[in-house]
Ligand binder design. Sequence first.
Ligand SMILES: *Cc1c(COP(=O)(O)O)cnc(C)c1O
Length: 337
Amino acid sequence: MDLSLFPRIQLGHFPTPLEPMANLTALLGGPRLWVKRDDCTGLSTGGNKTRKLEYLMAEAIAARADVVITQGATQSNHARQTAAAAAKLGMKCHILLEDRTGSTDPDYTDNGNVLLDRLHGATVDRRSGGSNMQQEMEQLAEQLKADGARPYVIPGGGSTPVGALGYVSAAMELASQAAARGLRMDYLVHATGSAGTQAGLVAGLHAINSDTKLLGIGVRAPQEKQEAMVYDLACRTAEHMRMGGGIPRELVSANCDYVGAGYGLPTAGMLEAVEILARTEGLLLDPVYSGKGMAGLIDLIRKGYFKANDNVVFLHTGGSVALFGYGDAFGLKSSQG
Ligand SMILES: *Cc1c(COP(=O)(O)O)cnc(C)c1O
């Protein structure tokens, strides 16, 4: 698979490191745990959206866009990385934030990612939970066009066949890192939301005939819906790459047992996972995605899902900036006044 055919612009630091998690492995009594550090992509505190944006922003430049529009939840890491990418490329950025949690905590509504969105110079507008966010973006794009601007709309999470190329590329990067250190990668586990990360990984691992088993841990939708979203986008990504033969449906696997009460709402497992990783590995997960992903991984380990000598790589997708919006959930909020 030759990805050099697709326009890409450099925004991040690659390859990101692949590191052992020796303390967590010892604490849980195996399997052998590793972490792929996509929290260290380098753009505005990092995260998985940087890889997608390297392809998406190249398309925006090709379209001669002067403003990008995107959307996400209030504490969207995607919005923050998009705002940073736009700043770096001299484009304006409009962000629409959907209130998916109903939290009125000012740390949630204005600190963390929201503070950084604004610091990068993006315009931030709010929409109530359940709004048709794609339609809201398209309306805004029409207004901007009427005013003479050239907007480029990035769907939520950057999860399009173009954005997913970032994770096709990541699959290849990770496979060659593992090979270079003689590591047989039995499983790759990560948090899955808008599906672009998993779809790209499915297509990329399939393209290189990898036998690593990929498992997404859902953070929003129920399993059937999540797997359907990932499969659909993986197929469209494979088509976009003109990969023959299609994507076998059984390559898509998502476990959505760790969502809890809903997207962005804390669970006991997430709080435990964030604290364990912070205290054993010095690693910062996030409350919405990687914390729930790791909660799922820890629970599956405790249930004996893996063999003791399996090598399990956790893809750390970033997001720790959102912790500053969730101090309350950890009982670590400074008292006011
Ligand atoms: C967006 C995001 C994810 C999920 O990736 P998708 O491609 O949307 O499935 C996981 N972790 C973090 C920290 C994210 O910001």
